[in-house]
Design a protein around this ligand. Structure first.
Ligand code: PEP
Ligand code: MN
Length: 363
């Protein structure tokens, strides 16, 4: 794959790289009105932010919610640039969006997590961008496989784009108790090791899903090799029409930019713990699948007039699991007690199914 040989050009002019802190991109999730955009931009400019973001076309999970003002909002971004001198950009999802952004002469774009998972969309966007020198940042797809993300980047490389970066915005884990999207730092570090030349940006807002979690995430991010951060900021977060919980005011943004890096020990602990949490969450998803299968088996046992508890099968299965446990150096006592709990729960579930159906069968 040609990506390892791809050497991107810097996205921004050299003055933006002189500060010791990461490059900061900030602005509201959505451009909601001219006033909201300008007030937020003024606040951010006074905190020293030099690159402004605002979603203009919003990819919403369900139809009927606020989908952004579209092209009508582009002049608001131009006004931000004229008044504050900030660079301005937005998300694109369709070739028409690219054309509108090029007409409005915005300074950069990003491709969202949902769009970049779709190779047809990426091929169309890459064609629409061919021949331009627009900086493009590509968010990670919701699924953790790096290949879809790398494929999206490669399509842009093949269309001749050179100012490219990746945005780490977290992965769908179907069960993230703390974060809205799981950071899966080890995957990001592995990708960075493979493609160290491609700048990485960190989006704590979409990972956190909660304004209070942004600062702790930035402590970890500060200690990792991100070129920049992209953070959602709104002049009145509680009034935001999208992602209200995770947006912070420009003044709060000024505060979190002061975040000090985690110590080496805290960093190692965070990386290991978030990976461990991910594994625990995946185990719960597997347990839930197991429960669904146990229910179906319960129904079959009922129709075949079998008892829920099959002791020979239970004991044979435990022996098989203990063999696997030995192969993976897992303590036998752990596997014995885990299996006993899981199995007992299944039997109870199946007994309920069998009894419920028996009482229903009775006249
Ligand atoms: C956004 O940046 O507002 C956005 C929609 O992000 P993502 O594609 O990461 O969900
Ligand atoms: Mn958002």
């Amino acid at each position: 794959m040609p990506l390892p040989h791809f050497h991107p050009k810097p996205l921004w002019s050299p003055e933006l790289y002189t500060s010791s802190r990461p490059i900061i991109i900030a602005g509201p999730c959505s451009a909601e009105s001219r006033e909201q955009v300008l007030a937020t931009a003024r606040g951010l400019a006074s905190e020293g932010v030099q690159i402004f973001r605002a979603g203009v076309w919003k990819p919403r999970t369900y139809p009927g919610s606020f989908e952004g003002w579209g092209e009508k909002a582009l002049p608001w971004l131009q006004e931000v640039r004229a008044e504050t001198g900030m660079l301005v950009g937005c998300e694109v999802g369709l070739p028409q969006h690219v054309e509108a952004v090029l007409r409005a002469e915005l300074d950069y774009i990003w491709i969202g997590a949902r769009t970049c998972s779709n190779p047809f969309s990426m091929a169309e966007l890459a064609e629409a961008l061919r021949g331009t020198s627009l900086p493009v940042l590509v968010k990670n797809p919701l699924t953790p496989s790096p290949d879809i993300w790398k494929g999206a980047l490669l399509r842009l490389v093949q269309a001749g784009l050179t100012k490219l970066a990746l945005i780490h915005r977290g992965f769908d884990s179907f069960a993230t108790p703390e974060y809205r999207f799981s950071p899966l730092w080890p995957n990001i570090l592995a990708l960075h090791e493979e493609l160290p030349q491609v700048p990485l940006y960190f989006d704590p807002s979409h990972i956190a899903g909660d304004a209070a979690l942004i600062e702790p995430l930035l402590r970890t991010a500060r200690a990792l090799p991100y070129e920049g951060w992209i953070i959602e900021s709104h002049i009145a977060p509680h009034e935001a029409q999208t992602d209200a919980k995770q947006q912070i005011t420009p003044a709060q943004l000024g505060q979190v930019l002061q975040t000090k890096p985690a110590s080496e020990e805290a960093l190692q602990m965070e990386l290991l713990r978030t990976h461990l949490d991910w594994i625990d969450e995946q185990s719960l998803i597997l347990l839930s699948e197991r429960r669904t299968l146990a229910k179906s088996i319960g129904n079959l046992k009922k129709t075949q007039a079998l008892q829920a508890l099959q002791t020979k099968r239970r004991d044979d299965k435990l022996q098989r699991l203990l063999k696997v446990a030995r192969k993976y150096h897992l303590p036998e006592s752990l596997i014995q007690s885990l299996y006993r709990e899981v199995h007992e729960e299944s039997v109870l579930l199946q007994e309920e199914i069998i009894q419920a159906e028996e009482s229903k069968d009775k006249p």
